[in-house]
Write a protein of this length. Structure first.
Length: 134
């Protein structure tokens, strides 16, 4: 019965017990229109009538009130954190590819190569550090 509203739970239980809205209304001392409103979630049964309603359906009030399980809270990762994660993965890769291609073409000097390698290593170190913080 999880993930149901109180109204859909009442409707489901009523149907499982082969009752009409009128029959349930008579047992509860309300009108069939009231039962209809409950089932369509336009209104709710009075708090004082919940024990009687639970008794009719053969369940506890606790079971009746546990109609929706809250989804487990998912950790929300900040957009900035997602972007930084991507950047810290992409920069070393881009630097490595650029370094290899430039070296193969002979179009990079030693100083630029060391600078690119340093940037790549720095990004990988930051990524490693941020992973350990989680």
């Amino acid at each position: 019965m999880n993930n149901q509203t109180l109204g859909t739970m009442i409707a489901t239980l009523r149907k499982e017990h082969n009752m009409t809205q009128l029959q349930l209304a008579e047992k509860m001392g309300v009108t069939d229109k009231a039962v209809s409103k409950w089932e369509r979630d336009l209104s709710c049964p009075d708090v004082d009538s919940l024990p009687r309603l639970a008794e009719i359906f053969g369940i506890t009030v606790d079971e009746m009130l546990r109609i929706k399980e809250a989804p487990a809270p998912q950790p929300q990762e900040n957009k900035a954190e997602k972007i930084m994660d991507i950047v810290l993965k992409a920069v070393p890769l881009a630097m490595g590819v650029t370094l290899v291609v430039s070296s193969a073409l002979g179009s990079i000097d030693v100083y630029s190569g060391f600078t690119m390698t340093g940037i790549a290593v720095f990004c990988m170190a930051l990524k490693s550090f941020s992973d350990k913080q989680e």
